[in-house]
Design a protein around this ligand. Structure first.
Ligand code: EPS
Length: 379
């Protein structure tokens, strides 16, 4: 399975193509749109999210609510394009001033130099986190596929700015989605909301840390045999490609680095009827680049957004004069939304690895391969 996305933040639409999804998977736009709505929520989002109401249109690959095995194509229209038609016109004369005072932390300057563009808007439109809407839509398809095999993905915010949550051992998915900051600790959630309000008053932004878990993952996704097929590496590549994600920790990695091997590794037991089991999961469900049957869990660190209302110092790309960076409308924080995006990205990685292990053109063939394998390893 592979996928591509296209689309500028203020262009007409976002497009996605997914190839390699087996035939026979039930899909509905409602299921995908639900995920898009979850991504749009979260305290600290800006005005743009009041303009958009993200929903998909199927363009190919789905008929009568089932995948055909052909490439799935889908589109999300950008409502804001109505206001940007002239400035984002595919053809015709240049309209509007160029964006020449790059924001520290954004792709503006490096992208403009790399692509030889005098107007950093040519860069920031694609570097915008708007692109994640399509990854969430494609991820919703991946989630539907994984759900078929009992795999579920959840996320919650564990830190926002300098506020750290103490989440309960059992997290309640619906309660997290009801939380304005998608945090499982209601006391910390209140402090996070206050921190966002304080940052807003200062014209500043906030980052944070999100935990993402996949439950029900079988033993054997990813492999030790080659570097580019390892579960950890694949998660790292995909999750670190989400805008503003600067760090990824698999399981209790940082904690483990400061402890003895005997304190870190998850001891192995065997119980009749249950098979091999562990009483801890510090490895994050991955050993040797292979899923080990325990929940896969990771923590992703997101930097504060780089569009500041009180901008940092920068230099005009044309005149080389010192200026403050250009102010763009933006969010105060997108950490709650990042959880939804990272769920989607994890779902896409697990779907790729699942289909590498249990490939098949029809869902029933994938099911047969899966059940044969589960039978073998359960003996
Ligand atoms: C973004 C800037 C803001 C965000 C946007 C990401 O958009 P605008 O410039 O239109 O105000 O709202 O996020 C989304 C549009 C989205 O769908 O998540 C940026 O510069 O990255």
């Amino acid at each position: 399975m592979r996928y591509l996305t296209a689309g500028e933040s203020h262009g007409p639409a976002l497009l996605g193509i997914m190839e390699g999804m087996p035939a026979g998977l039930h899909l509905s736009a409602d299921v995908v749109n639900l995920e898009l709505t979850r991504r749009q929520a979260g305290y600290g989002r800006g005005q743009r999210m009041r303009i958009e109401r993200d929903e998909i249109e199927w363009l190919a690959g789905v008929r009568f609510g089932e995948t055909l095995g052909s490439p799935i194509a889908l589109m999300i229209r950008n409502r804001d394009f109505e206001r940007w038609q002239q400035r984002m016109a595919p053809e015709g004369d240049v309209v509007g001033p160029a964006f020449t005072r790059p924001r520290p932390g954004h792709a503006d300057l490096a992208g403009a130099l790399k692509y030889g563009r005098g107007d950093a808007r040519d860069i920031l439109e694609r570097a915008s986190a708007r692109e994640t809407a399509m990854r969430v839509a494609l991820g919703a398809i991946a989630k539907a596929f994984l759900g078929h095999f009992g795999i579920e993905i959840v996320s919650h915010v564990v830190a926002l700015g300098d506020v750290t949550a103490s989440p309960p051992a059992q997290i309640d998915r619906d309660a997290i989605d009801r939380s304005p900051v998608r945090c499982a600790d209601p006391v910390a959630a209140e402090a996070m909301v206050a921190a966002i309000d304080a940052a807003r008053l200062k014209g500043d932004t906030l980052g944070g840390v999100v935990e993402v878990q996949a439950l029900g993952v079988p033993v054997g996704l990813g492999t030790h045999v080659h570097w580019d097929r390892k579960l950890d590496g694949r998660l790292g590549q995909a999750m670190l490609s989400v805008p503003a994600i600067k760090g990824l920790e698999i399981g209790a990695a940082s904690w483990g680095a400061a402890h003895l091997g005997s304190q870190v590794h998850d001891e192995i037991f065997f119980r009749q009827g249950e098979g091999f089991t562990r009483s801890t999961n510090r490895a994050g469900g991955s050993e040797g680049g292979i899923s080990n049957g325990a929940p896969v869990w990771v923590r992703a660190a997101m930097k504060p957004l780089s569009s500041l209302h009180r901008p940092l110092r920068s230099v005009d790309m044309d005149t080389k004069e010192e200026f403050l960076a250009q102010v763009e409308r933006s969010d105060i924080t997108a950490v709650p939304a990042a959880g939804v995006v990272l769920e989607a990205v994890m779902a896409l990685v697990l779907t790729e690895l699942f289909l590498e292990k249990f490939s098949g053109d029809a869902l029933i063939d994938v099911e047969a391969a899966y059940h044969h394998y589960i039978g073998r390893i359960s003996r």
